[in-house]
Design a protein around this ligand. Structure first.
Ligand code: PNS
Length: 161
């Protein structure tokens, strides 16, 4: 049986923390599908296509990882993809409440889809897309948080805003 998992998120933009989770999740399953949420209610810095592209570049050497956009519920995306698992990263205790609530709700909606948590590498435990955007908006160096090409894209977008 093929072990297939989805890793849903906003990834606006993808950070080294996400890349670490994707890389480790890809080692644990046969196929990983990264799902980029197209959330019309939330204003994102990058379009969903741009976010997909940036993750594809980061994952180019991992043949069992695919990147797709989705809208709606993560469990529906998992079912559409034929995935039995949703992967989420846990950075700190502050993530736990929200993640547990989501995992429990998702399991009630789709008992066949289980959530797997990977603890974020300590090196990235402080990191979020929001702080990356904030640092960039003040002209700070973000190259320790995101790959070079992502940093360039964030700086470009931030200038345009
Ligand atoms: O990267 P994020 O913003 O922490 O990811 C959150 C995400 C996309 C996983 C979550 O908001 C989500 O699953 N949204 C889709 C709607 C949904 O399924 N909600 C969960 C029901 S409790």
């Amino acid at each position: 049986m093929i072990r297939r998992a989805v890793y849903p998120g906003s990834f606006d933009p993808v950070t080294y923390g996400h890349i670490d989770i994707m890389t480790r999740a890809a080692q644990a399953v046969d196929e990983l599908i990264v799902g980029v949420l197209e959330n019309r209610a939330k204003i994102a810095l990058f379009s969903v296509e741009e976010r997909v592209k940036m993750i594809e570049i980061a994952m180019k050497d991992l043949p069992n990882v695919r990147v797709e956009s989705f809208h709606g519920l993560s469990v529906d995306f998992a079912k559409e993809q034929g995935a039995g698992f949703i992967v989420r990263g846990l950075r700190a205790i502050t993530d736990f409440d929200y993640e547990l609530q989501m995992a429990q709700t998702n399991r009630i909606m789709a008992p066949g889809v289980d959530t797997i948590f990977l603890t974020t590498n300590l090196e990235y435990a402080y990191l979020s897309s929001t702080t990356v955007k904030e640092v960039a908006s003040y002209g700070g160096d973000i190259t320790k948080f995101v790959p070079e090409y992502v940093a360039k894209a964030v700086i470009e977008k931030t200038k345009k805003k």
